[in-house]
Design a protein around this ligand. Structure first.
Ligand SMILES: Cc1ncc(COP(=O)(O)O)c(C=O)c1O
Length: 383
């Protein structure tokens, strides 16, 4: 095979020497404290059968979508899903993308224009950063979840505004690394006072917060938000994402979001699977959510009991992170847990800041109390 160019080899070598080399691992047969399958829908065989039944009922039998949504890929299930999503999440319109990554890159690369300004939380997801980088707008970060800082940054940047400049503010309703939540009501008010468009990525809230919908719905502030991004790869146990927005913005994205236009659409099976997952969520979501919340309570009780509370990042969500500074150390602890049968992922720098490396516990409805207690015991005896 051809040799890797020297500059690429050097970058890999740097990763190796920082103990930060990423590898694809096999995690089968391990106890799951790592996946985003919060409610166990990805593993649910009844759902797989229901998806096959839905495809039979709708007489849809093609394997692939056969083209992009603007060409031959926009099969009938897309319309059904988008109508369902706009009603369920209380929005004027919904536009489905192939993934949350695609939705964010498509949105942020096409919506903010030259002369506009984007303010983003410093811990915002990589997909949003990538989208912003592809746009022609100026962008500034603000201190994580700090509305005073956002307010100051907005005021400082007023000098950069030209006639017709728009301001966009972007945050997440549940942050993927810390599991915390901004004060969304106050943020929405701040945006309204400063004439900013607020966009909220709801990836880790979709289907588990706010009456099984999302946090913006729970707070009833849908009309104060310019757009929401929901994803189906986490609590819905599927794949794909949607932008919830006005009809006009949907039309704009269909015309200008390149990650929607220049890619093959989701297969009928994928879209049917998202629809059946929502059907299951409507029927059984409360039961699964109650199990998840009970596990979260138990987890928090155990960390207090083991006096580990101080080392964990404060979290309102099903993500709990134990700070273990240093890539080497956090990787060792994760390996040790793996040897004992647990899959708990180490989050390394540069994904998080140096010194804030962490073990990221994702809790699920299907974890048992024994599994939680045992995993935390192992951690306690090795830090
Ligand atoms: C906040 C947030 N937004 C977007 C994404 C990307 O979603 P997807 O996995 O569907 O591409 C993720 C995935 O981890 C995420 O955590």
């Amino acid at each position: 095979m051809a040799k890797l160019p020297k500059k690429l080899e050097q970058k890999l070598e740097k990763r190796r020497s920082n103990d930060a080399l990423r590898v694809l691992t096999d995690f089968r047969d391990l106890i799951d404290f790592s996946s985003n399958d919060y409610l166990g829908l990805a593993k649910n065989h009844d759902l797989a059968n229901a998806t096959a039944e839905l495809l039979r009922q709708k007489k849809v039998n093609s394997n692939g979508s056969s083209g992009s949504r603007l060409l031959t890929g926009n099969h009938i299930l897309y319309k059904e899903l988008e109508v369902f999503l706009k009603d369920y999440h209380n929005s004027e319109a919904a536009l489905v993308f192939n993934s949350g990554y695609d939705a964010n890159v498509g949105f942020f690369s096409s919506v903010p224009q030259r002369g506009d300004i984007v303010f983003y939380d410093e811990l915002i997801h990589a997909s949003i950063r990538d989208g912003i980088q592809m746009s022609n707008a100026k962008s500034y970060k603000f201190v994580h979840n700090d509305l005073n800082d956002l307010s100051e940054v907005i005021n400082r940047s007023r000098k950069d505004l030209v006639d017709g400049s728009e301001i966009y503010v972007i945050t997440e309703s549940v942050f993927s690394m810390d599991g915390d939540t901004p004060n969304l009501e106050a943020l929405a008010n701040l945006c309204a006072e400063n004439d900013c468009h607020l966009i909220v990525d709801e990836a880790h809230a979709t289907g588990i917060f706010g009456d099984k919908r999302d946090l913006i719905c729970e707070l009833e502030i849908e009309n104060k938000v310019f757009a929401r991004i929901i994803t189906f790869g986490k609590a819905l146990g599927n794949h794909g994402a949607a932008v919830l927005c006005s009809n006009a913005l949907k039309t704009y994205l269909v015309n200008f979001a390149r990650s929607l236009i220049y890619t093959t659409a989701l297969s009928p099976h994928s879209v049917a699977s998202i629809l059946t997952a929502y059907g299951y969520l409507k029927k059984h979501g409360e039961k699964e959510r109650a199990k998840l919340l009970a596990n979260k309570d138990f987890f928090e009780k155990q960390i207090r009991l083991l006096q580990l509370e101080g080392s964990f990042v404060k979290s309102e969500a099903a993500i709990h992170c134990l700070i273990v500074p240093g890539n080497k150390k956090v990787k060792q602890l994760s390996e040790l847990l793996k040897m004992e049968g647990f899959n708990v992922k180490p989050i390394l720098s540069p994904t998080v800041k140096e010194g804030e490396e962490r073990l990221r516990f994702c809790l699920h409805s299907y974890n048992t109390k024994e599994e939680i207690a045992r995993a935390l015991q192992i951690v306690k005896s090795h830090i």
